[in-house]
Design a binder for this molecule. Sequence first.
Ligand code: HEM
Length: 500
Amino acid sequence: MVKKILTTNKGAPVANDQSSITTGKKSSYALLQDTYLVEKLAHFDRERIPERVVHAKGAGAHGYFEVTHDLSEYTRAKFLSEVGKKTDVFVRMSTVGGERGSADSVRDPRGFAVKFYTEEGNYDLVGNNTPIFFIRDAIKFPDFIHTQKRHPTSNLSDANMVWDFFSLTPESLHQLTFLFTDRGTPRDFRHMHGFSSHAYMWYNENEEYVWVKYHFLTKQGIKNFTDEDSVKMAGENPDYATEDLYNSIENGNYPEWNVFVQIMTNEEAKNYKFDPFDVTKVWYHSDYPLIPLGKLVLNKNPNNYFNEVEQSAFAPSNFVPGIGPSPDKLLQGRLFAYEDTQRWRLGANHHQIPINQTKNQVSTYQMDGPMNVNKGSHYPNYYPNSLEGPKPEACFKAPTIDVQAVIDRHTQQVEDVDFEQVGEFYRRVLNKEDKSHLISNILNSISGVNENIQYRQVALFYKADIEYGTRIANGLNLNINKVEKLASMTQEDRIKSTLS
Ligand code: HEM
């Protein structure tokens, strides 16, 4: 075996790594000329990068996506062009609200981010394990996240902040109902689904387009913790999901997801029974059945967690020809936020970090910046040029969208339709046991909250489904007549009646 010699980070051999250069054997002074000590401490001082502002705790793995069904009539994306085609992927799964060292099993949505290394560049699908979201306008996101993190004074999580915001944001009801079922505490990352949640555009070479939503259905089956077990696991093994994913892959037990899409034409979108780009709602499977597309397999653990998982950068703005955004107001904000945070978190050249690099050739006139490791000359570094520099290619043009617009900060009123899917979810999707877990999970969280907030929130549960609201009201010893009255009001009046 070749003998490995320890070196400095510039490659010079090191003679002694256990003793600093000092003036004596015992108590003594260290010397600045010990450049090896200085290098070692200075590098250590800089080992941490800022954690992600959300989704800070996560695990990742490599694998592949394989097309099993031909949907190439809808999209020109090359990686979807034929059955059997395989594309390398990197996937990161995460919790949302906690810090980098927080427990995996807590009640929270789980991130489900997939980077496809296609021959036309990287395509990122940055989804969650829930098909819906709490809000539908990006401008509310920072406030929403503040309520999920620590109180700025006590530095503790704070149920009053959480329920105050939810009760003032009724469009959150669908996602929060999902979150307080046992699906809000998935057992690990393998036994949960993944969803794009948003609709995206697929377009073909004729510039014909449709809207799609992606569903990654776990082949392992769904497994959740009860509230009690999730709390117990947070204490016993806060890294349970991370460990489970790592060990399964290490043992050759590769997790898989079957990938489906729902497809809606633009004509149908104009006439659907509700706004199909509203991310607080699902498209009914009876209207838009799941169409099989492919499978996702994770079969290789990262070699270096920091390099591959911590430095990975997923952004909903990373599209390839054939796929684009939809007029979903939440998605529109996300198209900005991810690359922006990554320019700060990892630097302007984060796309050059190996885990984020494309597998195809990058030809751009962008240059320099911190940590630039581009090899070769940048010349020519301007366009247009009379040299043989890279040129845009018009055939990659995305479809033209015709928009008739009134520009304003449009207030989106809460309507009865916003409560329909919540009621149906409670009545039709949840069985008796799911319902009783949902009620007790909500009661565990909301019982210590100020009474005015409880009334405002319980009126929303009641509005979605009378039994749902009544059970929570009873659990909190609230006056059901008052709840009923609040439920019949407009949101504006309800807020006025429950100010304190
Ligand atoms: C306007 C709404 C949203 C904003 C502004 C937002 C912003 C962010 C930011 C700044 C990050 C950190 C990224 C990084 O440091 O690399 C992040 C991570 C993430 N977000 Fe969002 N987010 C929003 C909504 C959503 C929604 C609706 C989903 C799912 C459908 C989602 C899924 C994720 C996931 C999975 C990650 C972690 C990606 C990774 O593993 O690195 N986010 N988000």
